[in-house]
Design a protein around this ligand. Structure first.
Ligand code: PMP
Length: 386
């Protein structure tokens, strides 16, 4: 049986979500733009779904724009905002450890005359308000800092950043994909202006997500077409995806508290056992302010990829970092930003648990990993035993 500990890369769709979606593939196939009854029915469920998702983050219904997922939401939020508000300033701040989509969006905006400052993080992956403040200029119009890091699991001081942005009259975007379903999110309390969420990260289908756009924040649309989603995201609504995301939210609202407790137990077992049983092993990311389901390690003298392949042979799925850039040979930009050397970054392994993780998955890792690390170190010219 496959032991799956890579929930950060992909999650199965909850069977209750699958069941909720099926009618919208055939029987309830209406297009919300149609004026007949079938269209009206689709509009009703579209707006109901929007309301459910808004409630999950303490937003208003009209502040939710459906997109095709997190990448698109990041594009719409950041590029859409930047192009709309260029006359107010051309400076944007992100952190060194943002998701690759944010780094590439920032680079793209360079072509339109924007400059981007990247705030460094400390050894645990936290950004500091002081370092953000030092980078703010009178041209800064947007700050985008991820709610929590999708690799090392470090949670950022979102409330404080939101407060700072509001005081300075700077718009605040956060990619909350890694945090959703694990940390309660309240856009009003945290002074968030723009926020990216995806459906699959809460056990909904892939290919659907939202951008939260606070009332009063003006953005340009990037998709030109029929004017759906208040003109901000043209294209016929993905009704099975939208219904699925709303159902996933519905389930998450009921389950999150208990799930988080269980994940913390699993995560802490992994951390304790692995650090105890494997010499010269270290935890990457923040020891306390970290996602409940994330354990991220570094082992001296070995390659994470070799470890991943040995685990694969044993039927255990783990990761060395973000799936979005796993096919490049470059070390993770997040791990390098923590101050790790290339060889240290390459010796890292990410374990993330989720709704369908059981104690047997944790036991399998704890039993297999120490022997594998030992074996690889015996073969490694890099490892010196003391
Ligand atoms: N942001 C974060 C933090 C992510 O982890 C990911 C990948 N799951 C994305 C954005 C991009 O998501 P997608 O590939 O679903 O568009």
């Amino acid at each position: 049986m496959n032991k799956y500990l890579d929930y950060q890369s992909s999650k199965p769709v909850d069977p209750r979500v699958v069941k909720a979606i099926i009618p919208y593939l055939h029987d309830k196939f209406g297009n919300p733009s149609s004026l007949h009854k079938t269209g009206d029915d689709a509009t009703e469920i579209l707006e109901e779904s929007r309301q459910t998702i808004a409630g999950f983050i303490n937003a208003d219904k009209d502040e939710i724009i459906f997109t095709s997922g997190a990448t698109e939401s990041n594009n719409l939020g950041i590029i859409g905002f930047a192009l709309r508000n260029k006359e107010k300033g051309n400076h944007i701040i992100i952190s060194e450890i943002e998701h690759i989509s944010i780094h590439n969006i920032a680079k793209y905006l360079g072509k339109f005359g924007f400059t981007v400052s990247k705030v460094p993080v400390d050894q645990y992956g936290r950004v500091s308000l002081k370092k953000i403040k030092e980078r703010i200029t009178d041209k800064t119009i947007l700050i985008s800092i991820g709610y929590a890091n999708n690799e090392i699991g470090t949670i950022q001081p979102i409330s404080e950043i939101g407060k700072l942005c509001r005081e300075k009259n700077i718009t605040f975007h956060t990619d909350a994909v890694a945090a959703e379903g694990l940390i309660p999110i309240d856009v009003k309390k945290d002074n968030i202006d723009l926020m990216t969420l995806s459906s699959n990260d809460i056990y909904g289908p892939k290919g659907i997500g939202i951008l939260y756009v606070r009332k009063g924040i003006r953005i340009n649309s990037l998709m030109i077409g029929g004017g759906q989603e208040r003109g901000l995201r043209s294209g016929t609504e993905n009704m099975p995806g939208i219904v699925g995301m709303a159902k996933a939210v519905d389930i998450m609202e009921k389950k999150m508290k208990d799930e988080v407790k269980r994940f913390i137990d699993y995560r802490d077992q992994l951390v304790k056992n692995i650090l105890e049983k494997i010499p010269k092993s270290y935890l990457n990311g923040h020891p306390v302010d970290r996602l409940p389901n994330n354990a991220h390690f570094r082992f001296d003298g070995i390659e994470g990829e070799s470890l991943l392949l040995l685990m694969k042979d044993k039927g255990i799925s783990v990761s060395t970092g973000s799936a979005c850039s796993s096919k490049t040979l470059e070390p993770s930009h997040t791990l390098i930003a923590l101050g790790l050397l290339h060889e240290e970054a390459h010796g890292s392994l990410q374990l993330t648990c989720g709704r369908f993780t059981g104690q047997e998955d944790i036991d399998a890792v704890v039993n297999a990993l120490p022997g594998m690390v030992k074996r690889l170190r015996k073969l490694s010219p890099l490892y010196v035993e003391e």
